[in-house]
Design a protein around this ligand. Sequence first.
Ligand code: IDC
Length: 485
Amino acid sequence: MVDRGLPRGPGSRRSRRWTLGIVVALVVAGVVVSGVRSATSPDEVPTLTDDEGRALVLRGFSTAGSAKSSPDGLPTLRPRDVSRENADMGTNFVRFLISWRAVEPRPGEYDQRYLDDVAERVDWYAERGYHVMLDMHQDLYGGGIVPGEALGNGAPAWATYTDGLPVGQHDMWELYYLEPGVVRAFDNFWNATGAHPELQEHYVDAWKVVAERFTDEPAVIAYDLMNEPYGGSLQGPAFEAGPLTSLYQSITDEIRTVDDSTWLCLEPQAMGVNWATPTGLGPVDDPREGPARIAYCPHLYPLPMDVGGGYTGTTKALVDGTVRTWLGNTMRTAERLGDVPVVLGEFGLDTTKPGALEYVDAVYDMADEHGFAIAYWSRDPGTWGPYDAKGEPRNLVDALDRPYPRSVAGEIGSIEAAEDGLEFEVQPSGDRVARVYLPPDFAAGAGRPEVTVSGAKVTGWHRKERELELTVDTGATEVEVRPGS
Ligand code: IDC
């Protein structure tokens, strides 16, 4: 998570130590709290469902950081990039970054051309069978916190009020969150200052415009209402249960006047919760007819990984402990929010670090076991991503090319993916069709793959997509697919 490209400045070491102090205290508090309550967690969360009620397992990338500061708000992405990741890793999901500044460049004026451009990209994914979650991204409030510099992204400059407070310099981008000007911009957004009640109204209206535009696009499965919310001078449960939950409720109510089917994804405060502290986010009522379509979308960035040197030795043990705590808290939160699905909206790391791929595997295994969707951070070229700056595949590609059931008519439980087989729990209904992605080294052969299936019959093979179509046996509770016949 070390910054790439921000200026270094004096004083950063002190504030870094200070932050680490707070962080350690938060993590310890989180571990203690979770240790007390973890016994009651259920084993799996429900999955997101499509319009036909099929259970979906979603695997893909946040795409992309390159959209944050580009003049048109769009990521560097061509249709062939989507084809390529689909062929290389079998992804079926994207968390696509959009921004408030691009949707509403001037107060009350919405840029339909930008939304057209987003819709064009949504089509690229839709044509390849993907599900898209639109993520209203922000980091450090917006590009206006230091005018003229690409620090921060998200909010339009006209909605940025730092009230003349300073924004000092740091070597890690996250530390800008502690700067008085950034804190004030958020305090104004949340109207803690009492000076800007209009800002949240604008944000809510911007979401309504986006939802109006995408409500009839079946590939858009979810809206991620705000990336990594930050409360300014109000932190932790007071912020999450207070202004954050209340904003989510307002957005939900407004979106539902124009869109009653798309899932709404709620993120907790990032500071602390990304490192496994419990969240104080409250339940949001979904006014749609029928079951609520609300999901919980936390991020996972274990702090020991950032301050340590990878996933080995003591750091590995600390990271494992953090992940366990994060999991317990995530399961409890999903239950508290109304037994909602979980989308792991971001996790990722520099995969040149020792043990990095083992960590990636461990997180995917956890998501498989407990029913989480995943959007790895991120699709950008570089040492965190699947491709390097020249477009050559990196070590991550192989690590992420795993077998998984993409959809099941009915319900899907735990998944276990290993080299010698894929197993998943099912409760089939309707036409009982399950669609399973199989990587090339799992199912060799140019024609129909040589696999042995139990609990279901093979009813098709889509060679290009490497997708096996199964019809689950009536009464079966588990399906197994093994390489070889
Ligand atoms: C990071 C980018 C980095 C950029 C920074 C600020 O990788 O190049 O300088 O954002 O815009 C998050 C954020 C996500 C971060 C990511 C990795 O949601 O935007 O991207 N991260 O640091 N939270 C924790 C980690």
